[in-house]
Design a protein around this ligand. Structure first.
Ligand code: GAR
Length: 199
């Protein structure tokens, strides 16, 4: 059976992209990476992807007057790559409903909180401010409402005394790397029941 082609969209260091790409390096994986696309030319993940022999592309959002034209520009390399699924992995641009509709049911995101708590930015600081005992991350399908699509998997970590946002982020990130790859495998296999991962 042919493997499904996955494009990974990043804006930064790309540690989640690497976790996904390393998992898909397994020839028995039901999907393969066809492209790593960044909206930032300086994203550290671009070099890391290239080192793995993965094609990369940059579509710099600052070169376009609005979101729609930026997204139209992203469609060209995505189409050329043959991408059937998109994984957002630290991709920090809000997407328009038009783009999301074009990829409906074929786009996943990882978010650093236990959704529906703390959608949007600064999740670790907001978790601490709320006095939470636990924190974590969520992989979900992308729908037009920000960070609100069907939940495909969640991982939970404890909040510890004296935690700073950075300390909490450093505890969550390895769980992101453990969560996203199996969730993608399950998704490609048609599994939609959410996966739970406890630290
Ligand atoms: C990750 O923590 C990811 O959950 C978060 O950005 C980080 C990217 O790290 N994503 C968001 O905040 C999306 N709104 P990475 O580039 O090393 O994968």
């Amino acid at each position: 059976m042919s493997r499904r082609k996955v494009a990974i969209l990043i804006s930064g260091g790309g540690s989640n992209m690497l976790a996904l790409a390393r998992d898909m390096a397994d020839p028995g994986h039901p999907a393969e990476v066809c492209l790593v696309l960044s909206n930032r030319p300086d994203a550290g993940g671009l070099a890391r992807a290239a080192e793995m022999g993965i094609p990369t592309a940059v579509v710099d959002h600052r070169s376009y007057p609005d979101r729609a034209s930026f997204e139209a520009a992203m469609m060209a390399p995505l189409r050329e790559s043959g991408a059937e699924l998109l994984c957002l992995a630290g991709f920090m641009r809000v997407l328009t409903p038009g783009f999301i509709e074009a990829w409906a049911g074929r786009m996943l995101n990882i978010h650093p909180s236990i959704l529906p708590l703390f959608p949007g930015l600064h999740t670790h600081a907001r978790c601490l401010a709320a006095g939470m005992a636990v924190h974590g991350c969520t992989v979900h399908e992308v729908t037009p409402d920000l960070d609100s699509g069907p939940i495909l998997g969640q991982a939970v970590v404890p909040v510890e005394a004296g935690d700073t946002p950075d300390a909490l982020a450093a505890r969550v990130l390895p769980m992101e790397h453990r969560l996203y790859p199996p969730v993608l495998r399950r998704f490609v296999a048609g599994e939609r029941a959410p996966l739970a991962l406890l630290a």
